[in-house]
Design a protein around this ligand. Structure first.
Ligand code: ZN
Length: 574
């Protein structure tokens, strides 16, 4: 009797190291501390992987997983304005307007396992397993497909952590040390879980993202980086090795996974969604817009007693959510949120924009990167900027003035590139995006929420800042790429690689055609020229690429509060 064996097809293993940077990897490899990454680089190709504009996890991973630019996948920040309002909700997988790589692979009957990729909550059905990543509110929320995977991982692997609690380490040294231990433990549990799933389920595409390289870099950068303005040699004796230790643990996890899962049909990719660098200064962009007359406040503004109470409640809410963070009392939490609807969601917008006089406001900034939105007629509920000539004139004026926003310490512009949104992005979601986009280095952290009550625009980090958290590292464009596999040349550098091109590159490695409507193309230098001659990339006019409508699936109040706390502690809010 004929057996119906499927011929063995090429497979892909992707290990995501969120925010990983060659700033650490190169010197650590030179010092012999990352043997597994070193041998992958020797065995394949490596180079910088340029992130998206902006280099922020939600849009960067969205570009990775859809192979589309922001104008097509529709995600421009952690917060997006809810249509018809000046309220800002959090994005998640339901915000994506283009299909995911794993959706495409599932439709083509390839088996997938996807673990902890940001922007995958709520989990979509796949042919295999999906475990939600960043923007998952917590283990109480159903964050795996199929349901029940979390309990299985806890049972079989000794536990599972979605993320570390970065609120730790804001206060005392032992909390910082605990955060470091949590980071190490999260890496080990994640590696165990990945190995377990890979051994118990079939897969053609396996992907796991480790978040510790990002989370702990935000906190521990200044201890490792002797050139950081806040570097303190004494504190560095305690904490200077935390970040290198995280990288050593990640290297060990990479070694475990590659040893166990790689065979001669498997291409391995190591990627980060963005790089990392020193963060040194805050930039109060909405304050700048106000001083320049683009953003108007209602008469008698300033932080009113009501707002101050609101701010205090915000802090109290975060503590309350932490205190109550056990499944046992979730009903109590729900009770509290029902009784106190003012605590619900939208805390960000209430802080940032409650005093804004919208009918006199032409532009406002949102997020921590440098995105500026016009208060557009027909888009914002009280929009005043007409599309066409009026918007063009405003863009020209604003972009010109933004070039003169200088760092007083260096005399250099804060934004080294300034674009119109429409020059960066294209597609059906273009109209939802920012109108002017400033691109900065890691040095600057843009503050757009907590910005009233001061005049300075560029302020060095330090104790006086009412910052979201005590961070010293921030994202930058230059991420990392390594690849090794049957068609990958050995020991070659790769230059000019872009994150959005990973989707096509992965599909090619799996011998799958690339949807022609993707903004994703093969990365030069990843595959050997003779392999490409023998097997050229195939493109397909895809049925799988129907543009999805994004649905406004909002989190419940407890989930939103928990997310807000988490994102604030990561510095995505301010
Ligand atoms: Zn980050």
């Amino acid at each position: 009797m004929a057996q119906t064996h499927r011929p063995k097809q090429p497979r892909v293993l992707v290990i995501g190291l969120d925010g990983a940077t060659f700033r650490l990897i190169h010197p650590m490899i030179a010092a012999g501390q990352l043997p597994n990454l070193a041998s992958l680089m020797a065995d394949g190709v490596a180079g910088e992987l340029r992130s998206t504009i902006q280099p922020s996890s939600e849009q960067a991973w969205s570009a990775f997983l859809t192979g589309q630019n922001n104008g097509k996948h529709g995600v421009y920040g952690f917060q997006q304005r809810r249509p018809g309002t000046y309220q800002f909700g959090y994005v998640n997988a339901a915000s994506l307007r283009a299909p995911s790589l794993w959706h495409i692979l599932s439709e083509r009957e390839r088996d997938v396992i996807v673990m902890n990729v940001p922007m995958t909550y709520p989990p979509e059905p796949v042919r295999g397993v999906l475990v939600g990543g960043l923007l998952t509110p917590g283990p109480q929320s159903q964050f795996t497909y199929p349901d029940g995977i979390y309990n299985e991982l806890v049972r079989e692997c000794g536990g599972y952590m979605i993320d570390v609690d970065t609120e730790r380490g804001r206060l005392e040294d032992d909390q910082l040390l605990q955060l470091a231990e949590d980071g190490v433990r999260m890496i080990q549990l994640r590696a165990n879980a990945a190995l377990y799933l890979a051994r118990t389920r079939p897969w053609d595409f396996f992907m796991v993202v480790f978040g510790a390289s990002d989370r702990l870099a935000h906190k521990f950068w200044k201890y490792w980086d002797v050139n950081h303005p806040l570097h303190d040699p004494q504190a560095a004796q305690r904490f200077g090795d935390v970040l290198p230790r995280i990288y050593r643990e990640l290297d060990a996890a990479v070694g475990q996974l590659v040893d166990a899962l790689r065979d001669d049909q498997t291409t391995v990719f190591i990627v980060s969604d963005h790089g990392f660098g020193p963060m040194e200064k805050a930039v109060y962009l909405n304050r700048w817009l106000t001083q320049r007359g683009y953003l108007a406040l209602r008469a008698g503004s300033g932080l009113s007693p009501g707002q101050q109470a609101n701010a205090a409640m915000r802090g109290a809410l975060r503590r309350a959510v932490r205190y109550l963070d056990t499944p046992l009392v979730s009903s109590a939490k729900n009770w509290a949120f029902e009784r106190f609807p003012d605590l619900k969601g939208s805390l960000y917008s209430s802080m940032a924009f409650s005093q804004v006089d919208w009918p006199r406001t032409r532009a406002y900034a949102l997020g921590t990167m440098g995105n500026i939105y016009f208060n557009r007629r027909g888009r914002e509920p009280e929009g005043i900027v007409a599309p066409g000539a009026e918007a063009d004139a405003l863009a020209e004026q604003l972009m010109g003035e933004l070039q003169t926003l200088l760092d007083p310490a260096t005399g250099q512009p804060v934004f080294h590139e300034i674009h119109r949104g429409r020059d960066l992005y294209h597609g059906p979601a273009l109209a939802d995006g920012p109108d002017v986009v400033g691109v900065k280095t890691s040095s600057y952290h843009v503050v757009t929420a907590d910005w009233q009550g001061g005049d300075e625009i560029v302020v060095p980090l330090g104790g006086a800042l009412h910052f979201a958290s005590d961070q010293s590292g921030q994202h930058e464009l230059a991420g990392i790429l390594m690849a090794a596999g049957p068609d990958v040349p050995r020991g070659q550098p790769v230059t000019g690689a872009n994150l959005v091109d990973m989707a096509a590159t992965i599909l090619y490695a799996m011998d799958e055609p690339i949807p022609a409507s993707m903004d994703s193309r093969l990365i030069d230098g990843v595959f050997a020229a003779d392999a490409l001659l023998k097997r050229p990339a195939q493109f397909v006019d895809e049925e799988a690429m129907r543009t999805r409508q994004s649905s406004d699936v909002s989190y419940n109040a407890v989930e939103e509060a928990r997310l807000e706390e988490h994102l604030a502690s990561l510095g995505y809010l301010d």
